[in-house]
Ligand binder design. Structure first.
Ligand SMILES: *[C@@H]1O[C@H](CO)[C@@H](O)[C@H](O)[C@H]1NC(C)=O
Ligand SMILES: *[C@@H]1O[C@H](CO)[C@@H](O)[C@H](O)[C@H]1NC(C)=O
Ligand SMILES: *[C@@H]1O[C@H](CO)[C@@H](O)[C@H](O)[C@H]1NC(C)=O
Ligand SMILES: *[C@@H]1O[C@H](CO)[C@@H](O)[C@H](O)[C@H]1NC(C)=O
Ligand SMILES: *[C@@H]1O[C@H](CO)[C@@H](O)[C@H](O)[C@H]1NC(C)=O
Ligand SMILES: *[C@@H]1O[C@H](CO)[C@@H](O)[C@H](O)[C@H]1NC(C)=O
Length: 521
């Protein structure tokens, strides 16, 4: 048999082909497996609504010993961007594509919309599976579910256990219909709805499930593992077991105190997952990525100080994310990386950079392979610019300021090198300090004194990450150049897909459970 080492290693992956071989051939295969290093396991932990100022190493009042240590042992990403809200970030992580190219550029996916991440391009899970991974997802999906084809187990994940909508009760695992009165189960796995988990706190429940996946994988599988762990924590509703909240008695603001307790459970959950990987002997061959999905929601305990704005906003508080890479397989340690990296970059970075898989068959990706940047000290970002978003459905603001280019009334933002340009209505741009003790019980708010028709901002983010100094009047040429870029991007956009609520989505019509409601034509 004239097979290369690599081909033999690929052969080993998955089926126990050794059984089909003669004894001596099986020996060759076994030796090859020992010699050819297996592709690393990839564990991607996504936290929900986790604010920039809510992780220990950013100087937070909230302690996160596990996350701090993992980040310290790996690479902290300190010029890292996500999208301002949940489904936008998740859509870019899973597809590697900007929202203007998937039709998801407006708001979020609502659970009563006939919409979802388009089926026309493979997901990150499809690609990792294709290159030999066993793929599992736990937690929040939020990428559409009106037809079963849109569910995670049909988007490249071998197994799924989690919820489909944007958030739900941490204990009762239900989510309301549009009347805000009727609550329906939103918890399922590959086989359908999962009942009987009432009272099991979500952060514990999802962590335990992830531990089971890891243990079973270690026992039974010869493939590398891809685990997408999309925690519900720390999104609202503010629910947390008392013992975790107790540690933060000194915070008088109830929301902030509960939120701090929720962060504590998240940190403990990640500790348990890394322990499970270590005990299973998998840690040394694992790359762990940690990311938030958007800025913290200050109305639900989160905080992004000193950044401006919060969840939903195109100011940095909405989009500058917490992110780091760690794991036993990462050879780069103790590094703070300040290169521009975006959530859409994980697709090519993990599929190509980490797993050495092919990127064939996808529609054009907007992400870049940043593995050389993350692992090589001093390698610049592969990303020349970053389109934060263009949202033509958002309400217009002010007057068009520049002729023959992008209309500044329309919501958009782009980053080029040090510069970031925002147009239209960016959402609340206040600076909010965290509520702490009795001295600052609610957190001080510095409200921006800008005119409410203002619709153009240019910042040097490197010099002014807190966006106090709009310099658009100083650099009209730069502004024009960046407006032209947005216009050019807009030419490549597909129309936003934002359908009206569908009354047929009501779970009352489908056995009292959130799930697909449209059958194939
Ligand atoms: C489920 O939990 C949420 C959050 O605490 C709560 O608002 C809702 O009323 C609960 N639903 C039911 C049916 O108990
Ligand atoms: C982590 O593991 C410990 C020990 O088994 C357990 O008591 C704790 O509840 C777990 N925490 C989470 C968030 O899963
Ligand atoms: C990509 O290439 C691989 C290996 O050549 C092949 O098995 C796979 O089907 C291709 N995928 C797509 C989506 O074209
Ligand atoms: C952006 O593109 C859309 C089509 O996708 C078009 O309707 C709209 O007029 C364009 N907006 C601007 C400001 O050019
Ligand atoms: C922005 O948010 C702050 C804090 O919640 C609030 O006080 C202020 O009124 C808001 N400003 C606008 C313009 O909505
Ligand atoms: C932006 O600020 C940084 C840091 O002060 C500075 O080095 C850089 O030259 C500025 N960029 C531009 C293009 O002016």
């Amino acid at each position: 048999m004239a097979l290369s080492m690599r081909e033999i290693a690929l052969f080993c992956v998955g089926v126990s082909v050794a059984l089909l071989f003669t004894a001596s051939e099986a020996l060759v295969v076994n030796n090859a497996r020992r010699q050819a290093p297996q592709k690393p396991n990839i564990v991607f932990v996504l936290a929900d609504d986790y604010g920039f100022n809510d992780i220990g190493y950013h100087g937070s009042q909230i302690k996160t010993p596990t996350l701090d240590q993992l980040a310290k042992d790996g690479v902290k990403l300190e010029n890292y961007y996500v999208q301002p809200r949940c489904s936008p970030t998740r859509s870019q992580l899973i597809s590697g594509r900007y929202q203007i190219h998937t039709g998801l550029q407006h708001a979020i996916l609502w659970r009563w919309q006939r919409a979802g991440l388009p089926l026309d391009s493979p997901t990150i899970a499809d690609k990792l599976k294709e290159t030999g991974y066993s793929t599992h997802m736990v937690g929040k999906w939020h990428l559409g579910f009106y037809k079963k084809e849109f569910l995670p187990q049909h988007r490249g994940f071998d197994t799924y256990f989690g919820y489909l909508s944007c958030s739900e009760g941490y204990y009762n695992h239900t989510k309301d219909w549009r009347d805000h009165k009727s609550w329906y189960l939103d918890l399922r796995d590959n086989n359908g709805p999962v009942y009987g988990k009432e009272g099991h706190y979500s952060t514990h429940m999802f962590t335990e499930h992830a531990e089971n996946i890891i243990n079973q994988h270690a026992e039974k599988s010869t493939k590398p593992l891809f685990l997408y762990m999309a925690y519900e924590a720390v999104h609202s509703p503010l629910e947390v077991p008392k013992s975790y909240e107790e540690k933060y008695r000194f915070i008088k603001d109830e929301k902030r105190r509960k939120y701090a307790g929720m962060v504590d459970t998240l940190d403990e959950g990640v500790r348990n997952i890394t322990n499970a990987l270590k005990q299973a002997g998998m840690w040394e061959n694992t790359i762990l990525v940690f990311s938030t999905d958007n800025g913290g929601q200050i109305k639900a305990g989160g905080n992004n100080y000193p950044l401006r704005g919060w969840k939903g906003s195109l100011f940095e508080g909405g989009i500058r994310g917490i992110g780091f890479v760690s794991g036993g397989a990462l050879k780069t340690r103790g590094v703070v990386n300040r290169e521009l990296i975006h959530v859409s970059d994980w697709f090519p970075t993990l599929v190509s950079g980490v797993a050495h898989g092919s990127l064939n068959g996808t529609l054009p990706l907007d992400g870049f392979n940043q593995w050389p940047t993350i692992t090589g000290k001093g390698v610049p970002s592969a990303r020349p610019y970053l389109l934060h978003n263009i949202d033509i459905l958002y309400g217009k603001r002010g007057h068009k300021l520049y002729p023959h280019t992008w209309d500044t009334r329309v919501r958009a933002a782009i980053r080029v090198g040090d510069f970031k340009l925002i147009t239209g209505q960016p959402d609340n741009g206040s600076w909010v300090k965290p509520p702490s003790d009795e001295a600052v019980p609610h957190g001080e708010v510095v409200i921006s004194k800008e005119n409410k028709h203002k619709n153009l901002w240019l910042f040097n983010i490197t010099a002014d990450p807190t966006e106090h100094h709009d310099i658009s009047h100083k650099f009209p040429e730069k502004v024009k150049e960046m407006l032209d870029m947005i216009l050019e991007f807009n030419h490549t956009a597909v129309p936003p897909n934002y359908p009206r609520p569908d009354p047929l989505a009501n779970p009352a019509l489908h056995g009292g459970v959130w799930g697909p409601w449209v059958k194939d034509e």
